[in-house]
Design a protein around this ligand. Structure first.
Ligand SMILES: Nc1ncnc2c1ncn2[C@@H]1O[C@H](COP(=O)(O)OP(=O)(O)O)[C@@H](O)[C@H]1O
Ligand SMILES: [Mg+2]
Length: 436
């Protein structure tokens, strides 16, 4: 079968890589792709000829090439209705329709669903005006979390420990319109304390198959310092997620959410990503995403044992029941290599050295995020440049392997965190239980 993957980051490189191992897959296209993806897939749009927000152009491409399965990486095309466009033309596509993607595209919609169906989450109140939000804030105790309703590229959430910060967040949304229409509604949410984890699940709208848990690192510097990024690393499984907690997440959060969406008349298909806080009172939902996480996917898929295309096709066809997921017991650690200065100002176009040397390592997989071919060389082309994923029989081994591979790679100004998965190594040493 012919597969089209939409997107061009580390997540999409991991998807293309896993799909390329499926015996049923003969050919992969990726739009726009990157230099790493181009080794496994044809990337006809490198250079920007096709816009991933142009549903019609992508559908025409899929029709012309006889694509049997399209897999969408990023949230924006899903929220933009790419699945509706493909389905209207009878093109098989993996991901939720526009109405289902609202679970990520509108935090107030997600909160409504969670409240209606008793999904564990922090208490949240929705506001459409500045004055009411400020009045609420003044009569409630800090800390709380201010969330812009719509897609804000990871910048719409403020955890406020003081009034000034909370006020500024409300001003950004309502008065400065920093997030445009995404900030027309705001949720003020109860602050939850604990360890954060992500659990993703495949679903065809009825059957729910949860993947192994993962944890990501959002801040740019070691020790969770500095500004938020798209993600600086990840690992899987997560020692804090015991069998019991995992079951609770699946049975009380992921499955009831899919049932709730079905009850609303939304047949949600694709990946449902639960962003969760493990509080003293149990797991609570912080948010849902309507797609694979980046860089969680780069730590999850190396552990996936089996035929990814078959599972995805079963999701698309509504025949997921009866399928099972299998995972390698190895731990996986993913280190993101970024451009110096990311996430604010950084330069692009630096030649990347040592890629072959690093790729040669056993149990190491290098996924490209922001890279391009230029004059026969691989050069940096984004903030996050590469993801190095390594497997090991324990976290210590996986981590050492990942950092050895990172050490073989070099480009001007490269930056990476040195503490990825250290937490997991430490809890492994403490001998805690883990699943997955
Ligand atoms: N209720 C909450 N309590 C504490 N921290 C929160 C809460 N909600 C969100 N956060 C923090 O803010 C981050 C971003 O929030 P999230 O809801 O995941 O939105 P997005 O990923 O769209 O920016 C979370 O990863 C978490 O660290
Ligand atoms: Mg999030």
């Amino acid at each position: 079968m012919k597969v089209l993957v939409v997107g061009g980051g580390g997540r999409e490189n991991a998807l293309v890589w896993k799909l390329s191992q499926s015996s049923s897959v003969d050919k992969i296209y990726c739009i726009p792709g990157n230099a790493g993806i181009a080794e496994l897939a044809e990337c006809p749009a490198i250079g920007g000829a096709l816009d991933i927000q142009d549903n019609c152009a992508l559908a025409k491409f899929a029709e012309a090439r006889g694509i049997d399965l399209t897999v969408v990486g990023p949230e924006a095309p899903l929220v933009n209705g790419i699945v509706d466009e493909f389905e209207a033309r009878g093109l098989p596509i993996f991901g939720p329709r526009r109405v289902g993607a609202k679970i990520e595209g509108s935090k107030s919609f997600a909160k409504e669903i969670m409240t209606r169906y008793g999904i564990p989450t922090g208490f949240g109140q929705v506001f459409v005006g500045y004055e009411e939000a400020v009045a609420y804030m003044k009569t409630h105790e800090l800390p709380f979390v201010v969330k812009a309703d719509g897609l804000a590229a990871g910048k719409g959430v403020t955890v406020a420990f003081d009034e000034k910060t909370a006020l500024r967040a409300l001003e950004d949304c309502f008065l400065k319109l920093k997030f445009g229409s995404a900030g027309e509604k705001v949720i003020i949410e109860e602050y939850l304390e604990g360890e954060e984890v992500s659990v993703l699940a495949f679903t065809d709208g009825r059957a729910v198959l949860a993947m192994v848990p993962a944890q990501d690192y959002k801040r740019v510097f070691d020790g969770d310092e500095g500004p938020n990024t798209g993600g600086m690393g990840s690992y899987s499984p997560v020692p804090a997620v015991t069998d019991e907690i995992y079951e609770e997440i699946v049975d009380k959060i992921l499955k009831p959410t899919i049932r709730g969406l079905a009850n609303e008349g939304l047949e949600y298909r694709g990946v449902l990503y639960g962003g969760l806080m493990l509080t003293a009172e149990g797991p609570r939902t912080l948010e849902f995403n309507c797609r694979f996480g980046d860089p969680e996917t780069q730590a999850i898929l190396p552990r996936f044992e089996g035929d990814l295309a078959r599972v995805m096709l079963a999701v698309v066809e509504g025949k997921l029941a009866g399928h099972e997921l299998h995972w390698f017991p190895d731990k996986c650690v993913t280190v993101v290599i970024a451009s110096g200065g990311y996430p604010t100002d950084y330069k692009k176009g630096y030649e990347i050295g040592g890629l072959e040397d690093a790729s040669r390592m056993d149990k190491v997989q290098i996924f490209h995020a922001g890279t391009l071919f230029s004059n026969g060389k691989v050069v940096t082309a984004g903030g996050r440049v590469l993801n190095v994923s390594a497997l090991g029989s324990d976290f210590e081994e996986a981590r050492e392997r990942a950092y050895e591979a990172v050490g073989r790679i070099h480009f001007e100004g490269m930056h990476y965190r040195k503490d990825i998965a250290l937490r997991a190594v430490e809890s492994e040493r403490r001998g805690r239980l883990s699943v997955g």
